[in-house]
Design a protein around this ligand. Structure first.
Ligand SMILES: [Zn+2]
Length: 290
């Protein structure tokens, strides 16, 4: 029986290699519920989500990881976030028209950035990842290798019902063995996307490495969760400016904002809008009067 919405870490007892496996099910379907994505966009979004879940397990502190692609091709935007507690959300925008499946054609002269925001710190760490690989996994391998200074390989797959990923990485604490690394990665290269999506961590690792001694650690649960808040939406409205927001209010009698990640709606009436833009003015005028 496949485990659902879980991330598992494992190590090879006698080889200097560690790994992680992620299987997203309900959390992935929750992302798909908000929007009906064409297959190539859905595949890319699911792969990005699985990749960020795998990467989040390497964070040494609590925080949020964001993968953002600004595309120059048919996919104009893709955003995926995962916290160190494996709370996930994601979305993508695409232009109408025929969609290629190759990454380069989907994204054109796109820009891929990975940002780490540690909880309770104002600092953010951003890396730009060159979109040079044939697929997302290949692009991200360079990032992992650079950020962790360790040879790393990734296998990602996403379908209608699940998104999954496997990560293998050299273990720094042990004597290095290029032969062992080649051995485990050549075997992992035989995995199909279908197998990644269908098999549980145990099944997949047994299929690949039944001749090796593997230690599989306890699974961590992953879930869909949006961090949107009224305060965040207020910031967005302030960013639009008083003129624009008051214009919407005049036309529609209220300002309605839906969170694009989770679909949660917020309404702002005249009093709310004035509170957003008018507070400073009132404070100043009362100061002048006294
Ligand atoms: Zn939301």
């Amino acid at each position: 029986m496949a485990e659902h919405d879980t991330l598992r870490r494992f190590i090879f007892e006698h080889l200097p290699v560690q790994g992680r496996h992620v299987h997203l099910d309900a959390s992935w379907r929750a992302v798909l519920e908000r929007q009906s994505y064409p297959a190539p966009v859905r595949a890319l979004l699911g792969e990005a989500l699985a990749a960020m879940a795998l990467l989040s397990a390497t964070l040494k502190y609590e925080g949020t990881l964001t993968l953002q692609i600004q595309g120059g091709g048919p996919v104009s935007l893709l955003v995926v976030q995962c916290t160190s507690r494996l709370n996930l959300r994601g979305l993508a925008h695409w232009r109408d028209g025929p969609l290629p499946s190759a990454l380069k054609e989907l994204l054109g002269d796109g820009r891929l950035a990975i940002t780490i925001e540690p909880v309770g710190q104002s600092e953010r760490y951003q890396s730009i990842v060159p979109l040079e690989g044939a697929d997302l996994a290949a692009c991200l391998e360079g990032y992992f290798q650079h950020s962790e200074q360790l040879p790393t390989r990734l296998w990602l797959a996403a379908g209608r019902d699940s998104a999954a990923g496997l990560l293998l990485q050299v273990m720094p604490q042990r004597a290095q063995s290029p032969e062992a690394w080649r051995h485990v990665t050549v075997l992992a290269d035989t995995v199909s996307g279908e197998e990644l999506n269908v098999l549980s961590a145990e099944q997949l690792l047994h299929r690949l490495y039944h001749e090796e001694d593997l230690r599989l650690f306890e699974s961590a649960p992953a879930s869909f969760r949006c961090r949107c808040s009224r305060a965040g939406i207020e910031d967005t409205l302030r960013g639009l400016g008083a003129g624009e927001v008051r214009g919407i209010l005049r036309e529609q009698g209220r300002v309605h904002v839906d969170c694009e990640f989770c679909g949660h709606g917020s309404d702002f009436d005249r009093v709310d809008v004035e509170a957003l833009f008018g507070t400073t003015v009132r404070t100043l005028s009362s100061e002048v009067r006294h």
